[in-house]
Design a protein around this ligand. Structure first.
Ligand code: GLU
Length: 512
């Protein structure tokens, strides 16, 4: 009988969720939905020293913003909880003891000084990677080397100890990663990792395996940085006797710096001016602020679409996918093996596509809100006309206001460079006559009638319109460039255009 697909995102609350973590969550979500399974979230907070207040809320808010909230989580428990490892603390010890019983783990009593002395000894003997392993454990203080009575006495007297896994000396460990294919590692390269710490807390490795087993996880989809731990995890499944329900692994390729040289870091984002976090974050200790995609004006659906393509593609040239379409198209075998370069230009491109495809009424609401914050009220109908005119010129919603500010607020200054080049007697004559013509205009003032009136005025004055067009724009908008000017006139209305022209004629001295 095939099991229900259950996948988990298992972040540690050690700071803001990095964009790579959000991608991991997204791929887990997509896979779960595609397979008709469940997407869980488990907080891995066994390392109390690295706990950062606010990090858990940040994770929750990020996933909710993107519409990929887990079905089971600390905030919405299912029936395999608790969903925070710190709250499962008591569960783990019996599993560590079970491994000792089966001969796959042991107590180790070495002090920090003894461990350090071992490392120094090995380093002096030119061992490249000094570690506690199948060879060195024979020279250390543990339940494999000490007499049984001493071990018992130490445990009874409350001597501090850890529990370490006993890695077999000679064993080929294999796993068939869904992305990377067969991975084989010889056990002699693995160390006897700590499973239970002296404070009674499990380490990541023990807690992760026990929880994935108890939570019925069928597929572990996580970042490539965990691939080196996977052989140990496979051994643990075997030691526990859980091989038949061991999850399948899929290790996701790294997110690389834009130039492809190394892993994408927060510093790259700071240096190149883009966020690497989904939401703004203020470090609770240092007070340092980090920008987020949300606050920079990325739309959640655009950001999701961008993220999905950082390491996956549908196999054809389609790029715009809604969340539902991503679920439909998603398969693990289309995730690439090699790292993906982070390209912020692509993120902007997705945002533009999504922004432009939004109904004008919706964009109008964005504009109205931004304008209101600046003290300008826009009637709904006018907002729609304005966004239709400027939406192809913006990447972020806030730019709707920047791009149309000149329509809503008459210029009080004029671009002096454009004025120096284009403001001349012909322009002044034409504009003077056009203002008069506008006063007498009756009928519907739209882009077509605005233009034909301007053309006939120019003709009557014997002026070539092409030569003075930029001066006309300058007079009405204060700037040398912008969206279609006749559409702007239509939105402003004939009286406002005439008024602005007269103000410009009054303000700008004639040069040449
Ligand atoms: N807690 C680990 C992390 O922070 C999870 C690794 C895993 O998914 O197994 O990335």
């Amino acid at each position: 009988m095939s099991r229900e697909v259950r996948v988990r995102f298992a972040p540690s609350p050690t700071g803001p969720l990095h964009i790579g973590g959000v991608r991991t969550a997204l791929y887990n979500y997509l896979f779960a939905k595609k397979m008709g399974g469940k997407f869980l979230l488990r907080i891995e907070d066994t390392d109390q020293g690295r706990f950062v207040p606010g990090a858990e809320d940040y994770i929750k808010e990020s996933l909710e913003w993107l519409g990929i909230a887990p079905e089971e989580s600390p905030w919405k428990p299912g029936n395999v909880g608790p969903y925070r490892q710190s709250e499962r603390k008591e569960m783990y010890k019996q599993y560590a003891l079970d491994l000792i019983e089966k001969g796959h783990a042991y107590y180790a009593f070495d002090t920090a000084e003894e461990l350090e002395a071992m490392r120094e000894r090995l380093t002096a003997a030119r061992v490249v990677q000094p570690q506690y392993n199948g060879i060195t454990r024979t020279q250390m203080k543990n339940s494999l080397t000490l007499p049984a009575e001493e071990v018992k006495a130490r445990l009874e007297s409350g001597d501090p100890y850890v529990i370490r896994v006993k890695i077999p000396l000679k064993e080929e460990v294999r796993l068939n990663d869904l992305i990377r294919g067969w991975v084989m590692v010889h056990s002699s390269t693995l160390d006897d990792k700590v499973l239970m710490k002296s404070d009674g807390m499990p380490t990541y490795h023990l807690a992760n395996i026990v929880d994935d087993h108890l939570m019925g996880i069928t597929h572990v989809i996580r970042g490539e940085e965990w691939l080196p731990s996977a052989p140990l995890h496979v051994l643990l499944y075997k030691f526990f006797g859980w091989e038949s329900t061991m999850p399948q692994f899929a290790h996701l390729p790294l997110l690389l710096k834009p130039d492809g040289n190394g892993k994408l870091s927060k510093r790259d984002g700071d240096k190149l001016g883009f966020p690497v976090f989904p939401l703004n974050w203020t470090d609770p200790v240092t007070g340092e602020n980090s920008p987020g995609f949300r606050e920079q004006g990325y739309l959640p659906d655009a950001f999701l679409n961008f993220l999905a393509f950082l390491g996956w593609n549908p196999g054809d040239d389609r790029e715009i996918f809604s969340l539902e379409e991503l679920v439909e198209a998603f398969t693990i075998d289309r995730i690439g093996k090699s790292g993906t370069k982070f390209d912020i230009a692509k993120a902007r491109w997705f945002n533009e596509q999504y922004l432009r495809s939004k109904p004008s009424e919706e964009l109008g609401n964005f504009l109205t809100a931004f304008a209101k914050a600046e003290g300008v009220d826009i009637p709904a109908e006018k907002a729609t006309a304005i966004v239709n005119l400027v939406k192809d010129r913006v990447t972020f919603p806030a730019e709707l206001w920047k791009e149309s500010r000149f329509i809503l607020i008459a210029p009080s200054e004029f671009d002096s460079e454009v004025a120096a080049k284009k403001w001349n007697t012909d322009a002044v004559n034409l504009l003077g006559s056009y203002a008069v013509a506008l006063d007498g205009f009756t009928g519907t003032f739209d882009a077509v009638s605005a233009k034909s009136l301007l053309e006939s005025t120019a003709e009557a004055e014997g002026i070539k319109l092409g030569k003075v067009m930029q001066a006309v724009r300058l007079a009405v908008t204060g700037m040398g460039g912008g969206p279609d000017l006749m559409e702007v006139f239509a939105i402003l209305g004939s009286q406002e255009v005439a008024k602005r022209i007269r103000f410009a004629l009054d303000q700008l001295p004639i040069v040449g």
